[in-house]
Each structure stands twice: as structure tokens, then as C-alpha cells.
Design a protein around this ligand. Structure first.
Ligand code: 3EB
Length: 349
């Protein structure tokens, strides 16, 4: 049988999106204010889960969709705050939890509204996975408003880490080692906590970066609970492998390098990504993936840094690479840029 299915990633502008076929879309994320486009998609019969992420798109592409396609028929469903779809071995889900919904949950609650929202989102995500036969999380994207703002005595990114850690343990999930690739970024003020995720019944390879301390082993100076993510995951082997590179930044060991120099941060980040490509190739007998063949999402904190960041990427990847630039706050104040990537499968051939 081995009806091997491949995940295929595309970034499409909303203008391109209207003319596309949607039958093989497992799930998608819309960046920037794509609300009218979402309505058009829905009225056109598109039923796949769609995360709405409020991070401005840099440049003039306008609202952009990140589209994950599979080979076969897709079954959409929902449960609580989770909208999800399954196709063969894959599950894609999207969850949005407004913090205001949780703010009245109880005056004596020891949790902040964000912690309550993250706790609920993660529990519902894990419950969805459990109901689907417990596939493994491969990749999670997390977006939260005011990520660097301190409230209740703790930066909101650190509150998020506290809740992710607790909810994962409570649901019997790993917080070190076998943890998904991830990104965690800021979103426009007032945005609900928004996650989307990919899961599979096959276990991925969990890849760490030899140049970096594993995020789940960060020392306590970065917050009371460490972020629970792997530097990358690889699903499948050889020419059928798909590589998911987590949000990657100018961090060596556990320290930020090149604070205040976005071009140098971009170069250091690319060195980290190359180290991950090498590790992934070694660990999963993948065809050597080259930097130029991946699809990238680049988060720039300050739009004025975008030209410098783009110059570095164009010189490293060439002009033809697939790169979506977004404005987003990053989880350490001294980071100006963060880059995630995915690639492989058929596209790598
Ligand atoms: C870092 O390397 C940068 O908390 O899920 C990157 C990817 C980062 C994922 C997360 C955080 C997360 O620590 C920040």
C-alpha cells in the first residue's frame, strides 16, 4: 500500500489564492488583514482550517496565505476552539483563544489571562490529538499579542512558556527531547492567542543544533520554565523527508549575539540554519538539502531593518528563493530577526 503522502508548502498572495483549487488543502494560515479573502474562500466552499495571524506582511504582496497541501482527500472537523483536518497520516489544526474570554475565569486564579488562554489552547490541541489516535506533534506555530510586555510580574512570552510547560505535562506530553519544532512570535495588540500545528502518526526525528543549547535546557535567566521545542523535526526519510526548521535566531550557546545589528543577526541565523541542515541530513538519510531549496518565513521586529535583512537573505539564497517577510515582535528584546523554514519531500528532488 504505502500510499505515501507528501506535505507541500506554498506561500500565495490573496490575489493568487482566489484562482486556486482548494480540494487538497489540509490547512492554511492567513497573515495580515486577510479577512475579506477568508470570506471569499469560505463562500467558495473551502472548509479547511485556517489560522488568522495578525502580523503585517512586509513589501507590497499584501495579505498572504501559507498553504499546506496533501495528496489525498481532506476531512475537516472541529472540537472546542480547535478546527482541524485529517488526510491519511496527517493532521493540521488551528486554535484561537481570546484572552478576554478567560479574564473573568476567577478572581483568585493564580493564572494570568494569557496563561489561561495558553493552557486551554494546548489542552484542546492535545485532546484533539488524543481523539485522533494520538499522533505526534511535528510542528507548532504560536502567535501572541504583546509578547515582550511584562504583566503580573512576568514577561508575556515567559507566561506563555509557563503555561505550555504545565499543560504539556498535564496531558502526558514531553517537555524535553521529543518536542515539536516551533515558532513563537508577537502579533497585533488585541489578537487572540493563535496556534496552528501539524501532527502525524509517524514519529519524526528530533533535531538539535550543535551550536546552541537546546531551548528546553535554557538556564533560568530566560524565564521560570524553558520553551519546549526542538530546533527542527524531520518527518520521513530520504527523498520523502520533510524538514521543519523552528524559528531560528542569532543565538549561540544560549546567548544572543550581535544585538543592535540586524544584518549580522541574519548572517548568524543562517549559519544556525546550515548547521541544522547538516544535522538533519545526518540523522534522517535525507538528500542533502541546500539553503536555496527551502521555503522561509522571516520575522523582522522593526520594518526599518527589513532592507538590511533582505539583502543578507538574497545574497545567501539567491533571488528566486521562496521567502515571506512578516513584521513581528520576537521573544527576546535583543533579537531583531527570526527565521523559520521548511522543505524537502518531492520539492527537494
Ligand atoms: C530561540 O531560539 C528563539 O518558544 O516556541 C524560537 C522558536 C524561539 C520557538 C518557542 C522560541 C520558540 O530561543 C525563540
Amino acid at each position: 500500500m504505502s500510499s505515501r503522502q507528501f506535505l507541500r508548502l506554498e506561500y500565495v498572495t490573496s490575489a493568487e489564492a482566489r484562482s486556486d483549487g482548494w480540494h487538497d488543502v489540509l490547512g492554511a494560515a492567513a497573515f495580515d488583514d486577510a479577512t475579506p479573502d477568508i470570506r471569499a474562500l469560505r463562500s467558495g466552499g473551502a472548509e479547511f482550517p485556517l489560522a488568522h495571524v495578525r502580523t503585517p506582511v512586509l513589501g507590497d504582496a499584501g495579505a498572504t496565505l501559507e498553504v499546506w497541501r496533501v495528496g489525498g482527500p481532506v476531512q475537516p472537523a472541529s472540537s472546542g476552539h480547535v478546527r482541524y483536518s485529517r488526510s491519511g497520516d496527517f493532521l493540521f489544526g488551528s486554535v484561537a483563544v481570546p484572552e478576554a474570554e478567560l479574564a473573568s475565569a476567577g478572581g483568585t486564579s493564580p493564572r494570568t489571562p494569557l496563561e489561561s488562554a495558553a493552557d486551554l489552547a494546548y489542552r484542546e490541541m492535545y485532546a484533539t490529538l488524543a481523539a485522533a489516535g494520538n499522533p505526534q506533534l511535528i510542528r507548532v506555530w504560536n502567535y501572541l499579542a504583546d509578547i515582550n510586555l511584562e504583566t503580573h510580574g512576568l514577561e508575556r512570552y515567559r507566561q506563555f512558556n509557563t503555561a505550555r510547560h504545565a499543560a504539556s505535562l498535564a496531558c502526558g506530553r514531553a517537555v524535553t527531547g521529543s518536542v515539536p519544532a516551533a515558532s513563537a512570535l508577537g502579533a497585533a495588540p488585541g489578537s487572540p492567542l493563535t496556534l496552528y500545528f501539524l501532527a502525524s502518526h509517524r514519529a519524526p526525528a528530533f533535531i538539535e543544533n550543535p551550536r546552541q543549547v537546546s531551548a528546553y535546557r535554557y538556564p533560568a535567566q530566560y524565564g521560570p520554565r524553558s520553551p519546549a521545542f526542538s530546533r527542527a523535526t524531520v518527518l520521513g526519510e530520504g527523498s520523502e523527508a520533510t524538514l521543519f526548521i523552528s524559528g531560528t535566531a542569532s543565538i549561540v550557546g544560549h546567548r544572543t549575539l550581535h544585538a543592535g545589528d540586524p544584518a549580522a543577526q541574519t548572517r548568524e541565523t543562517l549559519v544556525n540554519i546550515e548547521a541544522l541542515l547538516e544535522e538533519a541530513g545526518r540523522r534522517s538519510r535525507m538528500e542533502a538539502l541546500r539553503l536555496e531549496t527551502l521555503a522561509y518565513k522571516v520575522y523582522v521586529r522593526d520594518p526599518k531593518d527589513w532592507p538590511a535583512v533582505r539583502r543578507e537573505l538574497e545574497s545567501a539564497l539567491g533571488p528566486a528563493a521562496s521567502v515571506l517577510y512578516l513584521q513581528a515582535d520576537i521573544c527576546r528584546r535583543d533579537l531583531s530577526v527570526e527565521i523559520e523554514a521548511a522543505g524537502g519531500g518531492r520539492a527537494a528532488k
